[in-house]
Design a protein around this ligand. Structure first.
Ligand code: NAD
Ligand code: UDP
Length: 371
């Protein structure tokens, strides 16, 4: 460790890890072990975040009703980190269970709230299920946090709140647009609910707007586990390559983009997980907050569907079976993030390349096939 380092990021250190200053005493860099409730912590992004939290020395309690994940994830997290986090299995829409949980877990420092339904298409078919699950869970958590004076919240939001932005890259200041699905609407309403309640309740909050999380932990012990036919691009690609699906449909090649296919800002799930830890650590040090802070989490540049396929073919050495089909209704043409705010305020930056993302997703698919 070099002397006189003042807290800038060092290129050879993992994202968000800082060398401690010796030239000036800076209490910000003193480590404090936090005890965090991770709702939805056996799910895709939650499990990677639990790994990051534990690897940074924090204590985790997970609540998940396992509606879209499995308890086996706990064992996998244990293999990676050496510690199996505590899991309580219940539905967060049950207010009494939530109150009971908070009553029994004194000393919680904060909540990272992932638990939600997330399938856009399904939300159009079952809008009330989505409103009930995603909004009632959040309301129960907010009230219990207030009652028990657990005052730090990191919330999973989505770039879906921007719709098709008028200018790119999209900043946090871009106007929010009418949601294209009930799912998207639950994210927008959740953000508003937190913004309305936070100043009254003393809760300090960070709203993280994810762009397109993909990939899996480098150990290949945890990753995305879509139930049934995947909606998202990367699981569809890897399932096609492994032989679970006949062919990938590329939804539209007539967009106004360089190769005609739609563009998204794909971000490695481990980079995303790391941002949650930094956000929670920031909240735990923040004296005051006027209103919830909002951060885009992406890489800052976009890739087309064909570029993602090419990356997958490069890292796997396979030729993917795909065909161009019609556009998918509701899809936007292109979006990528301006991530300068997360960089300057959270000290966070995504570090993984597209090839690292597709390689880790492929390793995870092969691991699943080997089980
Ligand atoms: P996931 O489905 O893998 O994880 C969500 C977890 O929450 C699951 O384990 C599920 O069992 C649990 N859960 C759902 N409802 C619950 C309830 N009522 N009570 C208890 N547990 C419940 O999803 P993910 O991809 O990890 O997404 C996590 C969060 O990030 C969600 O809020 C999602 O909307 C948001 N998000 C995801 C993406 C993405 O592409 N994956 C993009 C933007 C935002
Ligand atoms: N996509 C595709 N085929 C698929 C799934 C997705 O061509 O089977 C495209 C989709 O049209 C979009 C991009 O891949 O342009 C990312 O889609 P995904 O559903 O993963 O994320 P979204 O940005 O839509 O939330």
């Amino acid at each position: 460790m070099s002397r006189g380092f003042t807290g800038e990021k060092s290129p050879d250190w993992p994202t968000g890890v800082y060398k401690v200053s010796f030239s000036s005493v800076n209490l910000d860099f003193k480590f404090r072990r936090l005890k965090i409730l991770v709702s939805g912590g056996t799910g895709y992004i939650g499990s990677h975040t639990v790994v990051e939290l534990q690897q940074k020395g924090h204590e985790v309690v997970i609540v998940d009703n396992l509606c879209n994940s499995s308890a086996g994830v706990i064992r996998q997290i244990g293999k990676i980190t050496g510690t199996e986090p505590l899991l309580e299995v219940f539905d967060l829409t049950d207010r009494h269970r939530v109150e009971d949980f908070f009553g029994r877990h004194a000393g919680l420092d904060g909540v990272i709230h992932f638990a939600a339904f997330k399938a856009v298409g399904e939300s159009v078919q079952k809008p009330l299920d989505y409103y009930r699950n995603n909004l009632v869970s959040l309301m129960n958590i907010l009230e219990a946090m207030h009652q028990q004076r657990v005052l730090h919240l990191v919330f999973s939001s989505s770039c879906t709140v921007y719709g098709q932005p008028e200018s790119l890259p999209v900043t946090e200041e871009a106007p929010l647009q009418k949601a294209l699905s009930p799912y998207g609407n639950t994210k927008r309403i959740s953000e508003e609910m937190i913004a309305d309640y936070a100043p009254l309740s003393g809760i300090k909050a960070v709203l993280l707007r994810y762009f397109n999380p993909i990939g899996a932990h480098p150990s290949a012990l945890i990753g995305e586990l879509p139930l049934g036919e995947p909606n998202n691009l990367l699981p569809y690609i890897t399932q096609t390559a492994i032989g679970k699906r006949a062919a990938l449909s590329v939804f539209g090649a007539d967009y106004n983009t360089p190769d005609g296919t739609a563009i998204r800002d794909y971000i490695h799930v481990c980079d995303l997980a790391n941002a949650h830890v930094l956000a929670m650590e920031r909240l735990s040090k923040l004296q005051q907050q006027q209103k919830p802070e909002v951060f885009n989490l992406g890489t800052g540049h976009g890739n087309s569907v064909l570029e993602v396929i090419q990356s997958f073919e490069r890292v796997s050495g396979l030729k993917l079976n795909y065909r161009i089909t019609d556009r998918r209704p509701g899809d936007i043409e292109q979006v990528w993030a301006d991530v300068s705010l997360a960089e300057s305020v959270l000290g966070w930056k995504a570090v993984s390349s597209l090839d690292e993302m597709t390689r880790s997703a492929w390793n995870w698919e092969k691991y699943l096939a080997s089980q």
